[in-house]
Design a protein. Structure first.
Length: 132
């Protein structure tokens, strides 16, 4: 009596549809992925050589030191109070220009928080100055 061997099933992975699956995955990810653009800060920079002399009564300084403390007119102020102070000063002087000077060692977040408060106060003229 002869023993019949079993015929084994093929152990190969069918690759004919692999390219189709890969192509469909690429299409899926291209369609579902969103391209986000960084909006950044909406600041309008002046042209070169447009410097003007500003009367001191129209200028208000905000300093951000290396310890991330905010000072308005030499007095340490909480970031949450900036909006009300600026609104009050803008009522007193509509030509007010707010100058923000930030220490290079200060956190960028603090400067952005100050700029956000100025935007909430609807300050029309903001100057970013170097701390020298």
């Amino acid at each position: 009596m002869k023993i019949q061997r079993r015929i084994r099933a093929s152990e190969e992975i069918p690759t004919c549809s692999m390219a189709d699956i890969a192509f469909l995955l690429i299409i899926f990810f291209l369609v579902t992925t969103t391209m986000s653009m960084e909006r950044g800060l909406g600041l309008q920079l002046p042209a070169l050589g447009q410097g003007k002399k500003v009367p001191k009564k129209n200028l208000m300084h905000i300093w951000i030191n290396a310890s991330n403390e905010v000072a308005i007119g030499g007095e340490i102020t909480a970031i949450g109070e900036i909006e009300s102070i600026i609104r009050q000063r803008l009522v007193e002087n509509p030509n007010l220009i707010v100058s923000v000077k930030t220490d290079p060692a200060a956190q960028y977040k603090t400067m952005i928080d100050v700029l956000d408060e100025l935007k909430l106060a609807e300050a029309p003229r903001i100057s970013l100055a170097s701390p020298d």
